[in-house]
Design a protein around this ligand. Structure first.
Ligand SMILES: Cc1cc2nc3c(=O)[nH]c(=O)nc-3n(C[C@H](O)[C@H](O)[C@H](O)COP(=O)(O)O)c2cc1C
Length: 332
């Protein structure tokens, strides 16, 4: 798949997820063969006001890998400044969030609220496109529509493309659904049908397996699939999708040892790349993802939530995995 001149080898993208898809997380899934990662959404207003907590989250992928930055907002100056900052750190893609259903985002008439203001949304795409220059590409991620009576994703996507978007991602739920119910492949199919063929359409929503990836591509004709929740503690999903896409055998699920080793790698990236009081929280979160589904994972989660340093959590989780491996069965 191509976004402008960006070549995406494997047609699977990591979904932006706030407080999840930080640099350590993105690095791990990149190691496992994801096609492209995008930062979590970053408030253009916060960037404009010099909020360090927000700018610190705008991080370039390691090793010169291509990446996107996602921003949200609705005012010209803030969006232009945020987009230029993304370019200055080496982003190849600036994605504009027009899908977030969260009350605090919609209250500011940003995120999915922009689906009800297509002209302003087009204007934002135009000014960001102009700000980033000809070598960097603008994309838009949006939902099926506001609610089931207003499924305007196909027209909306075409309007964004007309304004300059070089890739469209559609999450097949409405704003009203939030994360409830299920994502509709039908609306993604309609978007793919209506958007000009040279612009990639990425389908998103509820894909957690290789079969789900193949089904979404087949049912919608989308050019690539974006995966969010299915990637938590499961970077192997990208390895499997890459292999199957290349016509090879699916290498399948990891062993307990592999899972433990990747957990340790993830933690060492967190310790290397992130500082501050939240470090222990980040380590606890990652531990819970990697242990999920194994015997005793719930009680492990309770134990580590009481520990106060990253080192203590690491020791507890290491003992947990070693116990699983020595007992020969990890089944819950
Ligand atoms: C914890 C969490 C944080 C999210 N943050 C963002 C975000 O920053 N930007 C965005 O466009 N979507 C965000 N999303 C939505 C996902 O990108 C994705 O559209 C949604 O989860 C559906 O895909 P999935 O079923 O593969 O998870 C978030 C979702 C979750 C669960």
């Amino acid at each position: 798949m191509r976004i402008g001149t960006i070549e995406v080898e494997t047609p699977v993208l990591l979904a932006p997820m706030a407080a999840v898809t930080d640099l350590p997380f993105r690095t791990i899934v990149e190691d496992f063969g994801v096609g492209l990662t995008i930062t979590e959404f970053l408030s253009a207003d916060a960037i404009q006001h010099g909020d360090n907590k927000t700018t610190d989250k705008m991080t370039a992928s390691l090793g010169g890998r291509k990446f996107g930055v996602q921003i949200f907002g609705r005012t010209d100056d803030a969006m232009i400044q945020a987009a230029k900052l993304a370019v200055s750190i080496g982003a190849s893609l600036v994605d504009i969030n027009m899908g977030c259903p969260a009350k605090r985002v919609v209250a500011g008439a940003c995120g999915s609220a922009l689906m009800r203001e297509p002209e302003l949304a087009q204007h934002l795409v135009r000014i960001v496109d102009e700000a980033v220059g000809p070598d960097i590409f603008v994309s838009v991620k949006h939902r099926a529509g506001w609610d089931s009576s207003d499924l305007n994703a196909p027209e909306f996507a075409c309007a964004m493309v007309e304004a300059g978007a070089k890739m469209i991602t559609v999450h097949g739920r409405t704003r009203k659904q939030g994360f409830t119910g299920s994502s509709s492949n039908e609306i993604i199919r309609r978007v793919r049908e209506e958007v000009p063929a040279h612009i990639p359409v990425v389908g998103n929503g509820d894909v957690t397996s290789v079969q789900g990836f193949l089904r979404m591509r087949e049912e919608t004709g989308c050019d690539a699939v974006m995966i969010g929740r299915g990637a938590l503690g499961n970077p192997w999903l990208f390895r499997s999708i890459k292999a199957v896409h290349e016509g090879k055998d699916d290498p399948g699920l990891p062993t307990v040892l592999e899972r433990y080793e990747v957990f340790r790698k993830h933690i060492s990236l967190i310790i290397e790349l992130k500082q501050g009081a939240k470090l222990v929280h980040e380590v606890r979160k990652a531990a819970a993802w990697y242990a999920k589904g194994y015997r005793g994972c719930n009680s492990l989660r309770q134990r580590i939530w009481k520990l106060e340093s990253a080192e203590q959590v690491l020791a507890e989780v290491s003992a947990y995995f070693e116990d699983l491996m020595s007992s020969g069965s990890a089944a819950a």
